[in-house]
Design a protein around this ligand. Structure first.
Ligand SMILES: Nc1ncnc2c1ncn2[C@@H]1O[C@H](COP(=O)(O)OP(=O)(O)O)[C@@H](O)[C@H]1O
Ligand SMILES: Nc1ccn([C@@H]2O[C@H](COP(=O)(O)OP(=O)(O)O)[C@@H](O)[C@H]2O)c(=O)n1
Length: 302
């Protein structure tokens, strides 16, 4: 009886001991797994803290940013410091753009002066790629509104709505957005000759583009047209644009006078402006435009 009791006790102790050993081993394993995971988390947090921001570039400008801080979404980084500071990913983009030494012609003029119309003619005759800043922004709004998010530019619904409102108000969208769209379009085009239409529209656009891309325009084509004529054209443009109403048109004229004309003056001082009388009929305007481009080609071959 006592012997039976001892044997039972032995087996019971044995099982309890084995369970304890197994449990202990399990605890050790889980703890080390947890520690490993925790270290991994710490490691990736440290890497995230150290690594430079990628994809989206933002550069701080000398004057106040025209966008409220809420414009920035969580995966964008506004870099404080020198104007033109770009992140790692964009450095590559800019290096490869600058390497190509593209020919860039800025096409400027008031709203409705005929920039888009003449750019289409130049493309046909002189094989440039036409990049309209306004068209790129409108395309971005369209794709953003359809998808709620633009995977290429990291713009989110809130940003897209803000851009849309700025265009409705005739305001100039921050350079960081417009330049990103221009860079992307330039790289994707495969061409090395660009007509950049409706850009730079203010001093911020101009300085940021030069600082970021290191590209200087070959020359600036300036379509000079009286306001009454531009107003007439815009009111009958009929492209369903939300900003082609008399109220916004007047605001756009104001922005042109205050912000865009000083950019034209800046390039005039550098001898880079080729001024065209844009009040004439389309064909006559293009005759004058052709002279500018033929002269440019002759200069290159001379
Ligand atoms: N020289 C011109 N004479 C008359 N109408 C013009 C002329 N150039 C353009 N237009 C018309 O004026 C409107 C605005 O021209 P557009 O090229 O879109 O201007 P911008 O790109 O400068 O805003 C369009 O409907 C266009 O057909
Ligand atoms: N560089 C640019 C070009 C256009 N835009 C915006 O896009 C609108 C339309 O520009 P656009 O060049 O297509 O048209 P026009 O005003 O020249 O007719 C402008 O009024 C601005 O709101 C901008 O913010 N920045």
């Amino acid at each position: 009886m006592k012997f039976n009791y001892l044997i039972k006790k032995f087996f019971y102790l044995n099982i309890t001991l084995k369970n304890a050993i197994v449990q202990r081993a399990f605890n050790v394993l889980s703890l080390s797994k947890f520690r490993g995971r925790r270290q991994q988390v710490f490691k990736s947090q440290a890497i995230a803290r150290q690594s430079p921001p990628t994809r989206v570039h933002h550069f701080s400008l000398e004057r106040d940013p025209p966008f409220p801080p809420s414009f920035l979404h969580p995966n964008s980084f506004r870099l404080k410091g020198l104007m033109g500071t770009v992140d790692a990913a964009n450095k590559d983009v800019n290096v490869s753009l600058a390497d190509k030494k593209p020919t860039v012609v800025f096409v400027l003029g008031g709203p409705g002066s005929g920039k888009g119309t003449q750019c289409a003619n130049i493309v046909e005759h002189f094989h440039y790629t036409h990049l309209s800043a306004g068209d790129l922004l409108r395309a971005e709004i369209k794709s953003g509104s359809e998808n709620g998010y633009d995977i290429h530019t990291c713009l989110q619904k809130l940003d897209i709505t803000m851009i849309q409102n700025m265009i409705k108000e005739g305001k100039i969208v921050p350079s960081e957005v417009t330049i990103r769209l221009l860079q992307k379009a330039m790289l994707e085009s495969g061409n090395d000759k660009f007509l950049i239409d409706g850009f730079p529209r203010n001093e911020e656009n101009r300085a940021a583009f030069e600082a970021v891309t290191k590209i200087e325009p070959e020359f600036v084509l300036f379509f000079n047209c009286p306001e009454e004529e531009m107003e007439r054209r815009l009111l009958s443009r009929n492209q369903g644009r939300e900003d082609d109403n008399i109220e916004t048109i007047r605001k756009r004229f104001m922005v042109f006078l205050q912000s865009s004309l000083p950019v034209i003056e800046y390039y005039k001082a550098k001898g880079k402006v080729r001024e065209i009388d844009a009040a004439k009929p389309i064909e006559e305007v293009f005759e004058a435009v052709k002279v500018v481009f033929i002269r440019k080609d002759e200069q290159v071959t001379a």
